[in-house]
Design a binder for this molecule. Structure first.
Ligand SMILES: [Zn+2]
Length: 148
């Protein structure tokens, strides 16, 4: 019978297992028969990003950025001048979450939607503060014109 070497997901040792048509084994015979609940729990509860690189991380590695969404969001916010606002801070946190990965498709989608909405808000905030600046400037001009 043909055997193949597999790596155990729990103890990371390689073990031989007969090559079969079924699902390949993920645990060595020792771990399969003596499951270590603590280790298994640790493996299961570890955040996905420490286990596998996310698609975003792989793209980032290629692009030379560890956090591609965050980098872009920060760049956009600082050019809009809203990086230091509460809306900007929310956008940055959302971008970090997106970059961290380990989401289901639907939670990644809702994160992305929320980030887009926040970015739209951040740009609106900037317009609003521009408008306020303009109004304040007009007010100052008028006061000056009224004859100080
Ligand atoms: Zn094992």
């Amino acid at each position: 019978m043909k055997v193949k070497a597999y790596a155990c997901v729990d103890c990371h040792t390689t073990f031989q297992h007969p090559l079969s048509r079924g699902r390949p084994p993920i645990r060595c015979p020792k771990c399969r028969h003596n499951p270590d609940p603590l280790r298994r729990k640790a493996v299961r509860s570890a955040p996905a990003l420490t286990v596998l690189p996310t698609a975003a991380e792989r793209v980032a590695e290629a692009a030379g950025h560890a956090e591609p969404v965050l980098a872009l969001v920060q760049a956009e916010l600082s050019s809009a001048g809203t990086l230091e606002t509460s809306t900007g801070a929310i956008a940055v946190s959302l971008a970090r979450l997106l970059d961290a990965g380990g989401h289901t498709a639907s939670s990644a989608a809702s994160l992305a939607r929320e980030l887009r909405a926040t970015m739209a808000q951040a740009c609106k905030d900037e317009e609003a503060s521009d408008a306020l600046d303009t109004m304040a400037q007009r007010w100052r001009d008028r006061r000056k014109a009224d004859g100080a």
